[in-house]
Design a protein. Structure first.
Length: 216
């Protein structure tokens, strides 16, 4: 009899520890998503206060950047997060830092039991952006990114449509700017100043800046 009692106590204890473990891992609180700012940033009702949440470890293409403007797939990423989260309830899990230097909450955002940060990478709506010390899922995210890129998912599809081999860029040795071949800047350029690059990266690595007219 005694033996069974201990066994039962053991099972109850294990169950309590298990449940406590889950709670600690995910956070129990649910927060309403008031609006979506862009693919990786949302505004929630945080205990009665409006707070911005930046999802950790991911970067979606810009839609409101003062300099970069709207980047490829930025709108799609915003739409995806909006459709998924606006008006919904989410759970937050923090990493090492609870806030960034702008005062935004930094979190892994869970809708039901799906981590949205990871989902964004999986579906090709975001790139991995790891900022130490918040690196808990960095390896997992990179693995998902590799798969998405291989499949040409979402924002990675763009790179497959325009292979570097077909697109060349023309640099100006004098101004250290580079252009699309169709740019009027190229038409005016002296032959001796022309230098051809096989990819955008090659031009940037050589110290050339993109022309503001043709925006290569
Ligand atoms: Zn140009």
């Amino acid at each position: 009899m005694r033996k069974f009692k201990f066994l039962r106590l053991g099972i109850v204890l294990a169950l309590i520890l298990f449940l406590a473990g889950c709670g600690g891992e995910k956070g129990q609180e649910l927060y309403e998503v008031l609006r979506v700012i862009d693919g990786d940033t949302i505004v929630i009702d945080y205990n009665g206060k409006e707070e911005k949440v930046r999802m950790i470890g991911v970067d979606t293409p810009e839609t409101k950047h003062p300099r970069k403007g709207v980047e490829f797939y930025g709108k799609e990423a915003s739409e995806f997060t909006r459709n998924l989260l606006e008006g919904e309830k989410v759970k937050l899990v923090f990493d090492v830092q609870e806030r960034d230097k702008y005062g935004r909450l930094l979190a892994y955002v869970y809708k039901d039991d799906v981590m949205v940060n990871e989902l964004l990478i999986k579906e090709g709506y975001a790139r991995v952006l790891t900022i130490p010390p918040n690196v808990k899922y960095a390896d997992r995210f990179l693995e998902e990114e590799r798969k998405a890129r291989e499949e040409g998912c979402g924002l990675w599809g763009h790179e497959k449509e325009v292979p570097d081999k077909e697109q060349v860029y023309i640099g100006n040795k004098n101004s250290k700017k580079f252009h699309l071949p169709s740019c009027e800047g190229v038409a005016k350029m002296k032959e001796e100043n022309k230098v051809q690059f096989e990819s955008r990266d090659e031009a940037v690595d050589a110290g050339y800046a993109p022309c503001s007219l043709c925006n290569p």
